[in-house]
Design a binder for this molecule. Structure first.
Ligand SMILES: Cc1cc2nc3c(=O)[nH]c(=O)nc-3n(C[C@H](O)[C@H](O)[C@H](O)COP(=O)(O)O)c2cc1C
Length: 319
């Protein structure tokens, strides 16, 4: 059959159709430079089937709507993400994010709720990650009615009306114990990756930050002391989950505000974490700290610069 048009595949002109198809194939062919994104990558004891990693983000579902949470992440897993993650999931009742809806891992019911998500991710061969978290100075315990805890009794720079209690040594031990318990519970309901999360000026970062940490005991003062809480936590979580889970850790650097830490210090923590935990590789997600952008108007601690951060990111080897 012949028509007036020689190009459209809809005209029945086979020659034109073949040409159009060839153009489309050429246009959609993957640039070989991107092939690496589709290769597997090993993180500690786990293997991601490609390099597409869904970093923690809120869904508004938390563990309040566990079935929707599971479906939401499953859509991503089905779409090809090698790992999907929860949003922030506090490990302790005083880190209570209400009135915002977050995931959380305080007890067995929370674990069972979030386990649905891990189950569904696995159905599509994706790994499931959980952002275990404690926000320290930033929470006011609207639901749990407990007081906020932080390295020192200094108002949150995110919610300035919140003034936390300075953590006693028993509080430090309890939070570490709760983090470890949450990591084990997450492992037991099927999570492959557990976070010891420190980005966004959450509790581990508050210990590291001279802005938040004015302690004069073994957890404050020198850089080694300020890093102690985070590194101990990493080691204890590793000891608890063994090779059953990978451990992920986000370190925020150059946070554009006084509460951040310098690039150099953040990198030392990164290296300390990697070398301090045998037989594991910590997944580092260097991060500028999105919650910190509003602080850009406050005096900026010199030393780090975005350029240096970018130089560092460019030098990272993706294995
Ligand atoms: C809607 C939304 C919700 C987010 N929720 C979280 C969260 O629950 N926990 C978290 O650590 N980061 C959260 N983030 C930050 C992301 O993890 C991520 O850092 C951000 O999207 C920027 O991407 P990048 O870090 O790859 O540059 C959220 C981001 C967005 C846009």
């Amino acid at each position: 059959m012949t028509t007036g048009s020689s190009r459209s595949p809809h005209t029945g002109d086979n020659e034109g159709a073949r040409e159009d198809t060839a153009v489309m194939v050429r246009r959609t062919r993957r640039d070989p430079r991107h092939d690496i994104l589709f290769e597997p990558v090993t993180i500690g004891p786990k293997v991601l089937r490609n390099r597409f990693y869904q970093v923690p983000h809120c869904s508004g579902l938390g563990d309040v709507k566990p079935f929707s949470q599971a479906e939401h992440r499953a859509v991503k897993a089905e779409g090809g993400w090698a790992a999907v993650s929860t949003e922030y999931a506090p490990v302790s009742p005083e880190s209570d994010e209400s009135p915002w809806i977050s995931a959380r891992l305080w007890d067995a019911e929370d674990a069972a709720n979030l386990g649905l998500m891990a189950e569904q991710a696995h159905e599509f061969d994706s790994l499931a990650a959980i952002e275990l978290h404690h926000s320290g100075a930033h929470c006011y315990g609207g639901e749990s009615r407990t007081w906020p805890l932080a390295p020192s009794q200094l108002a949150s720079d995110l919610n300035v009306h919140i003034v936390p209690k300075a953590m006693e040594r028993s509080d430090i031990e309890r939070v570490k114990t709760e983090w470890v318990r949450a990591a084990r519970a997450a492992r037991d309901v099927g999570f492959d990756i557990v976070y010891v999360y420190g980005g966004h000026s959450y509790l581990p970062m508050q210990f590291l930050s001279p802005y938040y940490n004015h302690r004069d005991d073994a957890y404050g003062g020198s850089f080694a002391n300020r890093a102690r809480f985070w590194l101990e936590l990493l080691e204890e979580v590793r000891a608890a989950v063994g090779d059953d889970c990978a451990i992920a850790c986000r370190v925020a650097v150059a946070a554009l505000g006084p509460a951040g830490v310098e690039l150099d210090e953040a990198l030392v923590v990164q290296h300390g974490a990697s070398s301090g935990i045998e037989d594991s590789r910590v997944l580092h997600h260097p991060d500028r700290g999105h919650n910190s952008v509003h602080r850009a108007t406050l005096p900026y601690r010199g030393g780090s610069s975005l350029r240096r951060v970018l130089e560092h990111l460019n030098s990272l080897e993706v294995g």
